[in-house]
Design a protein around this ligand. Structure first.
Ligand code: FER
Length: 285
């Protein structure tokens, strides 16, 4: 099995901590942070330059640090940018937790859903008006206008978060890479238990927004040995019944949808980071 291997790279980006506060849906003020990867050459004084931005979400019980601690993500970004395999981008690892945890899947599902409100109304406007993104100001209109410069991905519950972003924040985000997680829009593991209903809901969101296949990109990924594979695959099969909305291709710009799977790979950060490595060059173009 092939993995991304560490490579020496002297043009290194840096990771900053972005602090913000958020009044959660229970009215409680929560002090939070997100880690922000700024690529090599990022200069806060250069206000002309703008960067695409990808939000990358941790799995259940994880944190803002999980991706950095468990994979070569930082080195991977540095190398891919230095080799010009991807354009320099800002990558943010927030957390969806803004409530006291109880460890249950019901709780996790609810948090990943509730996070969508925080993302749209607090995190995106605060963070993206500080860093040099395509967001011109913090208004909903400006967020909508810059959506094709904004993506979201995540592992496991972060994959569920990505699917909730699709149904709740499609007008704010153009690129979606759910890793080893299905949509819990209908119910827990609904991608497996209710694939048709889940897909109908997703299709309705697209149509209600007035969008077509040209208006979003969706690249779900998982390993065939992953515990989420049996949950995600039925959902993808149901989505394949709408080939004019989910136009499947492994090359842009011929389509907007691709289910990327690999034999053997299992439910862990290093395994799914391979999918990120494969998919990053397809984003924002
Ligand atoms: C899935 C989606 C999410 C799944 C598991 C999860 C087993 C999350 C697990 C965790 O965070 O522990 O389809 O399948």
């Amino acid at each position: 099995m092939q993995y991304y291997e560490y490579a020496d790279e002297h043009q290194r980006g840096r990771i900053e901590r972005f602090e913000y506060s958020y009044t959660n849906l229970d009215g409680k003020l929560v002090n939070k942070y997100a880690n922000v990867y700024l690529p090599y050459g990022y200069n806060e004084k250069d206000t002309e330059k703008r960067y695409n931005i990808l939000y990358l979400i941790h799995g259940g019980n994880g944190s803002q640090d999980a991706w950095w601690d468990s994979t070569y993500l930082k080195n991977m970004l540095d190398v891919m940018i230095a080799k010009d395999e991807i354009k320099p981008l800002i990558l943010v690892t927030p957390t969806y937790y803004s409530y006291d945890r109880d460890g249950s899947f019901e709780f996790e599902g609810e948090q990943t859903k509730r996070f969508q409100e925080e993302l749209a109304n607090t995190l995106i406007p605060a963070l993206e008006t500080k860093y040099h993104t395509y967001l011109e100001n913090g208004s909903p209109e400006a967020i909508n206008k810059s959506r094709m410069h904004r993506g979201i991905s995540g592992f496991s519950m972060g994959g569920c978060t990505t699917w909730f972003a699709f149904t709740k924040n499609l007008k704010n985000i153009g690129w979606f890479v759910p890793l080893s997680g299905d949509s819990w829009e209908v119910e827990l593991r609904g991608g497996q238990t209710q694939p048709e209903k889940t897909t109908e809901l997703i299709v309705k969101v697209i149509k209600d927004a007035g969008y077509t296949a040209k208006d979003f990109y969706l690249f779900p990924c998982t390993g065939e040995g992953d515990i989420a594979y049996p949950n995600l695959t039925p959902q993808v099969e149901a989505m394949r019944k709408y080939p004019d909305i989910f136009v499947e291709t492994d090359t842009n710009p011929n389509g907007n949808f691709h289910y990327l799977t690999e034999p053997e790979r299992v439910h862990c950060y290093p395994d799914v980071s391979w999918f990120l490595y494969k998919t990053l060059p397809r984003l924002f173009k």
